[in-house]
Design a protein around this ligand. Sequence first.
Ligand SMILES: Cc1ncc(COP(=O)(O)O)c(C=O)c1O
Length: 391
Amino acid sequence: MFSSRVSALRTNRVAGELARRRSEGRRLDDLTASNPTRLDLPYPRDLLAPLATPDALAYDPAPLGTADAREAVAAHMTEAGVRVHPDRIVLAASTSEAYSVLFKLFCDPGDVVLVPQPSYPLFEHLTRLDGVAARPYRLEYHGRWEIDLDHLARMVNARTRAVLLVNPNNPTGSFVRPDELAAVRAVAARHGLAIVCDEVFDGYPMEAAAPRRSGALVADTEALTFTLGGLSKSAGLPQLKLGWMLLGGADALVAGARDRLELICDTYLSVATPVQLAAGALLERSRPVADAILRRVRENYAALLRSADGFPACRVLRSEGGWYAVVQVPSTRSEEALVIELLRHDGVYVHPGYFFDFPREAFLVLSLLPPADVFAAAATRVLARASRSPP
Ligand SMILES: Cc1ncc(COP(=O)(O)O)c(C=O)c1O
């Protein structure tokens, strides 16, 4: 009766323990939190006023996005040092939807896209729901997370259509270095692959002095490239549902992609009119929120590093950007057993590394978004528990 693309939701031991803790009504510090709207950030009360413009009473469908909204995104990118013409911008309801649109653009059922590992678990669902296979290429930690370029090249097969990059990656926090990008470009050129670069976290570099590593593919004149972003992360407004794709590559390739994208997007017309009309104002007015998120993730990451000095058995891996930190912990029990202990005895919820397909155990992933006092105390409990032998 049902498609094999969707299986029934499975539960697991961590979810069971989490539900139990919640049902007991006891305190729980959630270090998996990824929804910025629930974490005491300074959203101006009237931030969303531009959505109420009377102009939104009229509907003029624009499959690729309205000209004003695309210009607003172009202006936002210019401020970040990335020059892109509004004609090379296509809007979607979210970055997740942009992936789905792109899979429809270049994949037939059963085709393959290469995805980083470890990375963002939604890729498994995003690909499967579009009948596409996700083939992982490895990232390895050598003081920073790096793309295993030989492995990536070996993973290409006759069905491969695209390489997906996440820059900086979730949860490893690694930016794609220029030499890595050059190597990926060479692979893409050799096999005629598109490159999709997810840069939703590019506004959150951990180190103030780090060179800016985003937007590099927009100016590409060879491979067909798509750079993804959206209000969800860059403005801390996931509920508004506005994402964008920036197209790069040779004019003829981009024109071919744009024509086809127009057909795909026209089929759904999923981006709401009010958010398009308000896009420029929202990007402008949400700046204090993005600034506060950046301060918070940096502050929490620094607190985690300080706290880890007292727990030499744990190692905080280097993060260059984004909203998450990875901690390598002693593998004296499974990641799952440790996460359950933390829920049961310490009232802290963290993600196990296997959730993100780390190559081996034991890693924990901590969200850096919670308020600083909550984060610092809970992170110290995590390090203390992980350093201790299992009960
Ligand atoms: C790397 C990455 N890309 C995309 C998304 C999804 O963003 P959106 O809300 O625009 O779908 C997330 C959400 O956590 C993410 O971590």
